[in-house]
Design a protein around this ligand. Structure first.
Ligand code: BV8
Length: 241
C-alpha cells in the first residue's frame, strides 16, 4: 500500500480567508517577521507579539473561517486509506485540517489554539486572548507566564523525528500551498526516496519547484481533487471511491 506524506503551507488555507505570509510584500499583517515570529521579538516586545497572535486567533475562531474543499478532499482521501499509510504535515498553525476531518496530522510549527507555559513548557488548549496579565491555567498566582504554542524562527519545529521517518520511506510526497522558503520544511522533498512520486500543488512556482516530478498549478480547491484523481489512477485505486 503506497505510503503518502502530504505537506501543506499557508496556500491551502488562503481560500478559507486566512492571509498567506508572503502574499503582501513579505509583511505579516503589517509586521516584519523578526518582530512578531522570533523569540527575540517576543522578549523585546511581548505585548506586541501576544496581540499579533490574539488577532489571528480571533480571526480563526470567527464563523467566516471554515475548512475549504482542499482541506476536505485531503481528509476524505486519508479516510479511504489504511490508517498508518498517510501522514499530513502542516506548516500552518490553524486547525482547519483537523476541523475538515484529517486524523494523522503533525502541526510542525505549532498551533494557534494552544498556549505554552514559559516556565515548564506545558501546553494547554487556548481560545482566548493572551496578555501579560493572563493568569496561568494551573497557577492563578502566576501572571504573564504564557506564550503562544508556536514555533518561531530559530526554534526547532515539532515532531521532526516522526516527520523524517515518514519522508524517507514514502511512495508519494505532495506539497500543497507553500512557497518553499522556510526550512527545514522546504528541504523535505529532497529527503524522499528515489522512486517516490514528488508532486507540487501551488498557485505559482515555489523556490523548490525544481525538486518535484509533477506540478498541479492553480488554486488548491481545484487542484487537490484533480491530483487525488491522478493519484488513484497512478496507484490503481477506483477513482469513484
Ligand atoms: C529551525 C510559525 C533550527 C509562526 C513559522 C536552513 C536549514 C534550517 C533552517 C534554516 C535554514 N536557513 C534558514 C533557516 C532558519 C529558518 C528559515 O527557514 N528561514 C527562512 C526565512 C530562510 N528556519 C527556522 O528558523 C526553523 N527552525 O530551522 O530551527 C534549529 C536547530 C537546532 C536548534 C534550534 C533550532 C523554524 C521555522 C518555523 C518558523 N515559523 N510559522 C506563525 O505562523 O506565526 S514559518 C511561517 O512561514 C509559516 O508557518 C509557514 O510555515 C512558513 C512558510 O510560509 P508558507 O506556508 O509557504 O506561506 P507563504 O505565504 O510563504 O506561501 C504561500 C504559498 O501558497 C505561495 O507559494 C502561494 O503561491 C501559494 N498559494 C496562495 N494561495 C493559494 C496558493 N496555493 C494554492 N492555492 C491557493 N489558493
Amino acid at each position: 500500500m503506497p505510503k503518502i506524506v502530504v505537506l501543506t503551507g499557508a496556500g491551502i488555507s488562503a481560500e478559507s480567508g486566512i492571509p498567506t505570509f508572503r502574499g503582501s510584500d513579505g509583511l505579516w499583517e503589517g509586521h516584519r517577521i523578526e518582530e512578531v515570529a522570533t523569540p527575540e521579538g517576543f522578549r523585546s516586545n511581548p505585548g506586541l507579539v501576544l496581540d499579533f497572535y490574539n488577532q489571528r486567533r480571533r480571526k480563526l475562531l470567527s464563523s467566516d473561517v471554515q475548512p475549504n474543499a482542499a482541506h476536505v478532499a485531503i481528509a476524505n482521501w486519508e479516510a479511504s486509506l489504511p490508517q498508518n499509510d498517510f501522514l499530513l504535515i502542516t506548516q500552518n498553525v490553524d486547525d482547519l485540517h483537523v476541523r475538515a476531518g484529517s486524523k494523522n496530522v503533525v502541526p510542525m510549527h505549532g498551533e494557534l489554539l494552544k498556549a505554552r507555559c514559559l516556565d515548564t513548557g506545558a501546553v494547554f488548549p487556548w481560545c482566548d486572548d493572551m496578555t501579560l496579565q493572563t493568569p496561568h491555567p494551573e497557577r492563578a498566582d502566576l501572571l504573564g507566564r504564557l506564550r503562544p504554542h508556536i514555533v518561531w524562527f530559530g526554534e526547532m519545529p515539532l515532531e521532526m523525528e516522526q516527520i523524517e521517518e515518514a519522508i524517507i520511506d514514502c511512495d508519494c510526497f505532495v506539497s500543497i500551498g507553500t512557497s518553499g522558503k522556510v526550512y527545514p520544511a522546504a528541504g523535505f522533498v529532497q529527503m524522499t526516496p528515489r522512486e517516490c512520486w514528488r508532486v507540487e500543488i501551488n498557485l505559482d512556482n515555489a523556490d523548490n519547484s525544481g525538486a518535484f516530478d509533477d506540478s498541479f498549478v492553480g488554486r488548491a480547491t481545484e487542484q487537490v481533487p484533480r491530483f487525488i484523481d491522478a493519484w488513484k489512477q497512478r496507484f490503481g485505486f477506483d477513482a469513484t471511491s
